[in-house]
Design a protein around this ligand. Structure first.
Ligand SMILES: NC(=O)c1ccc[n+]([C@@H]2O[C@H](COP(=O)([O-])OP(=O)(O)OC[C@H]3O[C@@H](n4cnc5c(N)ncnc54)[C@H](O)[C@@H]3O)[C@@H](O)[C@H]2O)c1
Length: 251
């Protein structure tokens, strides 16, 4: 028996990086996983590799209609949902001077409003039988970076949105929990995308490494491990928590 045997989980952004690592770990521990992503080609390739335990739904986290359709499809196929991982996200580089209004809005739309919509629309289905909502924040939700203004604002928003939702779920006795994960820099494609936005990518990479007292960047499976704990009944008393897995970078 796996640690989340038989649970039904939706992982947004499950086609790549941290989401992919979470999907792999959840399947290894016995869950049925739905990947919700805009990159359907990558999601389907992963689903084909992992077999019957994984299915794919087209989900743009910024579109409310997509969320409603996603949970309707999950209810029809599985009858319930036990775990939602609001993982999909982007990172746009920019300071208070350089970031455009459009860039700021796009950051908030995907990284914050996407999480709001996920939490909002999972609630009617999940509250029937309880479950765990896991929001992918970042160490950048806790610590400022002058060049990541929009990302800081979005991830700080996710941190407090998580606590407010957790309080509501607890007071309503829905049996639902809501926690945030705060990774440091982890080797995934998102880092390549950030490096492509700066003049000196090597200097940026070196600064990431030196910014982690543990002496290296993180590995996706190290975030998969905390996401597994939060999905499992082992974390039944944890709600509204900030689960920092950052190699000491926020110290
Ligand atoms: N990698 C890191 O160092 C790091 C650190 C802290 C937090 N995070 C957070 O972890 C999450 C995953 O990051 P990653 O490193 O795996 O990135 P990634 O770029 O490898 O993967 C992101 C995934 O999200 C999907 N996605 C993007 N926009 C979407 C949308 N509108 N709707 C649905 N899916 C969408 C992409 O298609 C992709 O599959 C993000 O929220 C990111 O902010 C990452």
């Amino acid at each position: 028996m796996g640690r989340i045997q038989g649970k039904i989980a939706l992982v947004t952004g499950g086609a790549s990086g941290l989401g992919e690592a979470i999907v792999r770990r959840y399947v290894a521990e016995g869950a049925q996983v739905v990947i919700g992503d805009i990159d359907l080609a990558a999601a389907k390739t992963l689903a084909e590799e992992l077999g019957d335990a994984v299915s794919v739904l087209a989900l743009d986290v910024t579109r409310e209609a997509d969320w409603i359709a996603t949970f309707a499809a999950i209810e029809q196929r599985h009858g319930r949902i036990d775990v939602l991982v609001n993982n999909a996200g982007i990172t746009t580089v920019g300071s208070i001077e350089s970031l455009s209004l459009e860039g700021f809005r796009t950051m908030l739309d995907i990284d914050l409003i996407g999480v709001f919509l996920g939490c909002k629309h999972v609630t009617p289905l999940m509250k029937r039988s309880g479950g765990s909502v896991i929001n992918m924040a970042s160490m950048c939700g806790l610590k400022a970076d002058a060049e990541l203004l929009g990302y800081n604002a979005a991830k700080a928003g996710v941190t407090m949105l998580t606590k407010s939702a957790a309080l509501h779920y607890a007071r309503q006795r829905y049996g639902m929990r809501c926690n945030s994960i705060h990774p440091g820099a982890i080797h995934t494609p998102i880092l390549e995308k950030v490096m492509s936005q700066v003049a000196d990518p090597k200097a940026l990479y070196d600064s990431w490494v030196s910014g982690h007292p543990i002496g290296r960047l993180g590995r996706p499976e190290e975030i998969g491990a905390i996401a597994l704990y939060l999905a499992s009944d082992e974390s039944a008393f944890a709600t509204g928590g900030e689960f920092v897995v950052d190699g000491g970078s926020s110290l």
